[in-house]
Design a protein around this ligand. Structure first.
Ligand SMILES: Cc1ncc(COP(=O)(O)O)c(C=O)c1O
Length: 408
């Protein structure tokens, strides 16, 4: 049998060491549970960093993937196939943005949106409107363009120079936002809830200021919904609860529930300024990805009879269990002085601690609960959308014990 030590030793020799992994090897999953190489069960409250929204080894998704793999996986974007249009239409109905460009990851969706924003101005002869305004604590990915609008200096500095003309403003500072907007700004990019930055929702005032300055100046708004979107907070897209009408929306993570899929959603007035040859990708929109995402969206919205969640599919379920989750975490806050705040919405939650979150994350893992640390002092939780109240109680019970031990 391959042991945890065997796996670690082989990786140490041959896998590029860009990740600092926890010492556990997962080999199997089932719903909200993961199982390690030694057969131990864990409650998964991270779901592959906000990805596996239907839970692990979902039989319906597995059947859809198998059926598609037995039929046709990839044909390239040189030809038509039936599924891209179907998925784009579903996403248009959910978002109000008419068109989709499909890719394979979140960072690629961000790259596409940055290019489309510049192209929008270029097509109108405005060739110097190339800059971006992004937010402090914001994270939009690790490729060169996405990294350019990601604020963490530790991620950025070794790879500079990045794309020029990006200004970062603090999400508390409306005056700085107004000052950052110039006649060279192509677009603002913002996560409605900053995920990697510590599960920080934008304040209603700042969100309203973004809506106002983009409207007043014609600057495009890119809502980065890769982590908070597609039902995670209990609405199809979180920007909808902020009153935004973004011109571009990035989608990733949840859309494939583990199958790599990304999308840039594009409003019609922007789409009209983008032309054949402006962007492309070999795998983007392949049949396996589209079939998986169509299946996921059916589950999210409850558009088939087979969906076991009455009244709005899984998104409705997230609203219900998300409220319970928030209450239970507030309970932890009242009990443990080290918990300073409960952040987020739905099943995107962060516990802000007064101490480094790493010992809590490691203690939870030892106790059979998977969560992670972000922004140093935040315990982040992104369980599958299928999570039950019983599982939430179990997870919060584990955190309760770990927090007691950590403070002792
Ligand atoms: C808000 C946001 N944007 C972009 C990305 C990048 O996505 P990916 O890791 O799929 O490239 C992430 C990933 O965590 C994210 O949370």
């Amino acid at each position: 049998m391959t042991t945890t030590q065997d796996v670690q030793a082989l990786e140490a020799r041959h896998v590029l060491q860009t990740y600092k992994r926890q010492p556990v090897v997962f080999v199997r999953g089932d719903g909200t549970r993961l199982y390690d190489a030694e057969g131990r069960a864990y409650l998964d409250f991270l779901s592959g960093i906000g990805v596996v929204v239907l839970g692990h080894a979902h039989p319906g998704l597995a059947a859809a993937i198998a059926d598609q793999a037995n039929t046709l996986i990839q044909t390239s974007n040189l030809y038509f196939h039936p599924l891209q249009g179907q998925l784009a239409a579903r996403l248009a109905a959910l978002s109000g943005l008419q068109r989709a460009f499909f890719c394979n990851s979140g960072a690629e969706a961000v790259e596409a949106c940055l290019k489309f924003a510049r192209r929008y101005w270029f097509s109108q002869g405005v060739k110097d409107r190339t800059g971006f305004v992004a937010l402090k604590h914001g994270f939009s990915g690790r490729t060169m363009g996405a990294l350019s609008v990601t604020s963490n200096p530790g991620y950025r500095e070794p790879f500079e120079p990045l794309i020029p003309g990006v200004t970062f403003v603090s999400p508390d500072d409306v005056t700085a936002l107004e000052a950052a907007m110039t006649d060279r700004t192509a677009a603002i990019i913002a996560e409605p809830i900053q995920g990697e930055g510590g599960v920080r929702p934008l304040s209603p005032e700042f969100a309203a200021a973004i809506a106002r300055v983009t409207k007043d100046t014609g600057t495009l708004l890119i809502a980065d919904e890769i982590q908070c979107g597609l039902g995670r907070t209990g609405s199809a897209f979180h920007y909808q609860s902020l009153g935004w009408s973004p011109d571009l929306v990035t989608v990733g993570k949840a859309i494939g529930s583990g199958v790599p899929v990304g999308a840039a959603l594009v409003a019609e007035h922007v789409a009209g300024k983008i032309f054949a040859g402006d962007h492309g990708t070999t795998y983007g929109g392949n049949l396996l990805a589209m079939r998986s995402a169509l299946y996921v969206l059916e589950q999210l919205t409850g558009t088939t009879e087979a969906v076991p969640y009455a009244g709005g599919g899984l998104i409705g379920h997230v609203r219900e269990v998300g409220a319970v989750f928030g209450d239970r975490l507030e309970g932890l806050r009242s009990k443990h002085p080290v918990v300073q705040g409960v952040r987020g919405a739905g099943v995107m939650r962060g516990l802000e601690l007064s101490i480094d979150a790493q010992p809590v994350v490691e203690g939870a893992l030892k106790a059979g609960l998977i969560v992670n640390r972000t922004a140093e002092r935040v315990v982040r939780m992104l369980p599958p959308f299928t999570v039950t109240v019983a599982e939430i109680d179990e997870a919060v019970g584990i955190l309760d014990r770990v927090l007691s031990d950590t403070q002792a």
